[in-house]
Design a protein around this ligand. Structure first.
Ligand code: UDX
Length: 468
């Protein structure tokens, strides 16, 4: 198709690894369906993406950048989330308008057809409205996690959030069941994103306003598949036009596309040779995603737990994994696990999970990691940090039964026992069988005639302003 006749999607992810990757996957799929793609990153993220040697995306995408309003030398860790979110809302809308105007003035670029924004960037709906084109909120967390965000006002009305004071964190309130959200059994206060506990933090207001704004989108997309989260998807569909189109990484594979990603760190590829030398299904992959931080003590407890399990392991220790310092593993531990361990600062996670030597995943339950593990058929131990990760843990362990929920307090004996349960014996086999069934269901969902496939077809029509 001649460039100027192509439908043109502008995609705008929330500036963080776990949001950029699925937006990149969606862009890849839209590109394969004839779309002209403008991918809008913050300058900080784009710079990191280009500096890392571990990216895989279509060279034909058009990239535009907007400043996030924070000086480049300052870090963007979870400690700065309030400042980052405030700065995004204050600075980015005007810059997005500039990008849109620039695109309009370029005679070689087709007119914009739609804007797809990360659900926490829902201020972008106003630009879509001004242009008179569809605005689409893309939820990159799980449907169960997204549903909690979308029910935040209901939780406020029913007095669950914010917490009255800090004592509610320790007085048993966290175990309280929440019954005001239809379609979500087993929901407890401790599954609600901790951002909603404290109304004095800016992120509380940010999430409420962004999720409210996402409800004005023409429609919503979620990186999940109906069969995985059916009751939640049903409840969501009763309130909003929403389409489960995932897992996008599987959709890419089924469409013969190579998986897209834009790592902010450079992958240590040599771990793949190490995996080649390990026994089938024997390795525990340990990785806590892109934002999780832990204390020195937690690191040491994980270390001795892994040592005690006697299983080989590949452990990703990001340079910024430990609060305010660099990770120091006990020398005695490093000596003891020599020969059955590999440490990396960032790994090619998808390749790792799909490697036949990997038999289990000790994860922070980020939604991308969870979906990747399901697609690879690998059971999990869940140690969530924040956001949708707590509810993902509940679904993985209690609803899908494809993993084990760890307590929040890390204790070496528990880690050791859980790793053994994950890797050896009847329970391990059962989890492996069930995650294999979900993997097959995910392939069916994205294949021709499957739920995600059909949902994408409907969404594509709406994206071009048809059936609005
Ligand atoms: C954040 C939130 O924590 C998560 O709950 C939310 O759903 C999305 O944003 P993050 O910590 O980035 O997620 O974790 P996750 O969602 O799992 O995404 C991490 C991505 O980085 C995955 O695609 C994973 O494959 C990739 N990764 C991680 C690597 O490629 N190599 C690594 O070593 C670690």
């Amino acid at each position: 198709m001649a460039t100027l006749n192509r439908p043109h999607a502008l995609l705008l992810p929330f500036p963080s690894q776990g949001h950029v990757n699925p937006m990149m996957q969606l862009s890849n799929i839209l590109f394969s369906r004839g779309y002209y793609i403008t991918f809008v990153n913050t300058e900080y993220i784009h710079d990191r993406m280009l500096k890392s040697e571990s990216t895989n995306f279509k060279a034909d995408f058009r990239f535009e950048t907007i400043p996030d309003g924070i000086p480049p030398e300052l870090s963007r860790t979870h400690n700065q989330l309030d400042e980052i979110c405030k700065s995004l809302v204050d600075n980015c809308p005007a810059h997005l308008e500039k990008v849109v105007n620039k695109l309009k003035e370029n005679p070689d670029v087709p007119p914009l057809t739609c804007i797809v924004y990360g659900s926490f960037m829902s201020w972008a709906q106003k630009t879509a409205n001004r242009l008179g084109i569809p605005g689409i909120a893309f939820w990159t967390p799980s449907a169960c996690g997204s549903y909690i965000y979308l029910s935040a006002s209901l939780l406020v009305e029913n007095g669950y959030i914010p917490l009255k004071d800090k004592s509610y964190l320790t007085n048993g309130y966290m175990e309280e069941e929440i019954s005001c959200i239809p379609g979500m059994p087993l929901l407890r206060m401790k599954d609600v994103p901790s951002f909603f506990y404290d109304a004095s933090r800016y992120i509380f207001e940010f999430l409420i306003t962004q999720t409210q704004a996402s409800m004005t989108a023409d429609f919503m997309l979620i990186n999940t598949f109906d069969e995985l989260e059916e009751p939640v998807m049903q409840a969501l569909r009763a309130r909003f036009p929403v389409y489960g189109i995932g897992p996008l990484l599987e959709a890419e594979q089924q469409n013969g596309l190579s998986n897209s990603f834009a790592s902010l760190w450079t992958e240590e590829k040599s771990c793949m040779q190490w995996l080649d030398d390990q026994e089938l299904g024997s390795v525990v992959y340990v990785c806590f995603g892109s934002i999780t931080v832990m204390s020195d003590q937690e690191l040491v407890e994980f270390a001795w737990g892994l040592e005690g399990s006697k299983q080989p392991f590949l452990w990703v220790i990001r340079p910024d994994l430990i609060h305010g310092t660099s990770a120091k593993l006990p020398t005695e531990f490093v000596e003891k696990v020599k020969g059955r361990s590999f440490f990396a600062s960032w790994a090619p996670q998808l390749e790792v999970l799909f490697h036949p030597s990997v038999g289990g995943f000790l994860t922070h339950s980020g939604w991308n990691s969870t979906l990747e593990s399901i697609c690879a058929g690998v059971p999990m131990i869940c140690w969530p940090f924040f956001a949708d990760q707590q509810i993902n843990r509940t679904y993985v362990s209690q609803i899908w039964k494809i993993g084990i929920a760890m307590n929040d307090v890390v204790e070496r004996r528990e880690v050791e026992e859980m790793v053994k349960r994950l890797m050896i014996g009847k329970e391990a086999e059962e989890m492996k069988r069930r995650v294999g069934e979900l993997r097959d269901a995910s392939i069916r969902a994205v294949s021709k005639g499957g739920s995600s496939y059909n949902n994408l077809e409907k969404a594509l029509l709406k994206m071009q302003g048809k059936n609005r």
